[in-house]
Ligand binder design. Structure first.
Ligand SMILES: NC(=O)c1ccc[n+]([C@@H]2O[C@H](COP(=O)([O-])OP(=O)(O)OC[C@H]3O[C@@H](n4cnc5c(N)ncnc54)[C@H](O)[C@@H]3O)[C@@H](O)[C@H]2O)c1
Length: 287
């Protein structure tokens, strides 16, 4: 069952300093939640909290690298001690990596798996345990069956569709989708909801901040530039993703494709995987 509203709720959002994470933090603040904005970039997280204070209850900023198990453990403990067990956790922090599989170095693989997958695992594991232990201590009220809280994991439409241009990114996002589905089944008995959100292209700094494997293609600067142009031209604002996240929490949705390509790839993955296999061959601009 869904959380009825966010008044007085405590929400943790990772990667809250920019793009989709910032928009989600602000949308949750507008809906009445206090927001813990976590980011590897502390000044960016602080700017989000400053804005959250102008639209809602505000919150606090923390610097954390979601890939760092020890740092995430300390962060989760700090949130519980200095605030309390969160009601909403959004595992959003992520990075992009584009380029051919055979040219991708181990260090690149480790970093993207550490951030995009392990970051989500740490967030789900640490805060999920806190939520489970809290709900176990609460009386079971049939009129308020949703006290356990809600975890949102930001996956991607690339979880539905293979793509030779971004094998590592697609792999991590598919793993986040499967983790979310499995965890949803486990936490249902604890009155904790889990949602995987799968947007198509969204106009953020993801490509600008991402890494490009050169392979035998032209200069990576050019690939990045073209990627950035494409993502800006798509012109899908992160605020629309945030709206879908709020709705998903209220309705306790399992999987939420966002925007046209999100829905298209989701539908094709069900009705025509063969079409997706053909589309997967589309190379990078020079590939
Ligand atoms: N932009 C898109 O087209 C798109 C589409 C689908 C899914 N997504 C996903 O949305 C999420 C947010 O991306 P975005 O598009 O807003 O990009 P963004 O680069 O604008 O924002 C990412 C934020 O995460 C932070 N971050 C990066 N690594 C971190 C780490 N190790 N620990 C803590 N914080 C870290 C960055 O500092 C930044 O503030 C990512 O998981 C991304 O994969 C993005």
């Amino acid at each position: 069952m869904p959380l009825a509203h966010f008044d007085g709720a405590l929400a943790v959002v990772t990667g809250a300093g920019s793009g989709i994470g910032r928009a989600i933090a602000l949308a949750l603040a507008e809906s009445g939640a206090s927001v813990i904005a976590a980011d590897i970039d502390l000044p960016a997280a602080e700017r989000t909290v400053t804005r959250a204070k102008t639209v809602g209850a505000g919150g606090a900023a923390y610097q954390v690298d979601v890939a760092d198990a020890g740092a995430m453990e300390a962060f989760a403990a700090e949130v519980k001690d200095a605030h309390r067990v969160p009601d909403i956790v959004v595992n959003n922090a992520g990075i992009a990596l584009a380029g051919p599989f055979l040219d991708t170095e181990l260090d690149d693989w480790h970093r993207i798996v550490d951030v995009n997958l392990w970051g989500v695992i740490h967030g789900c594991r640490l805060f999920g345990r806190q939520m489970r232990d809290r709900v176990a201590a609460l009386p079971n009220k049939p009129d308020k069956p949703n006290l356990g809280g809600h975890i949102v994991n930001i996956s991607s439409a690339s979880a539905f569709a293979p793509w030779r241009a971004m094998p590592a990114y697609c792999t991590t996002k598919a793993a986040v989708l499967m983790l979310s589905e499995s965890l949803r089944a486990e936490l249902a008995g604890h009155r904790i909801g889990v949602t995987a959100v799968c947007p198509g292209f969204v106009s953020t700094d993801l490509v600008k901040n991402g890494s490009f494997v050169e392979g035998d293609t032209a200069a990576p600067g050019k690939l990045r530039q073209r990627g950035q142009q494409a993502i800006q031209l798509r012109n899908y604002p992160p605020e629309k993703v945030a709206e879908r996240v709020v709705h998903a929490i209220v309705k306790n949705k399992p999987v939420v494709p966002v925007n046209f390509e999100g829905h298209l790839l989701h539908a094709l993955s069900r009705v025509s995987p063969a079409t997706l296999r053909l589309l997967a061959r589309i190379p990078t601009p020079q590939g």
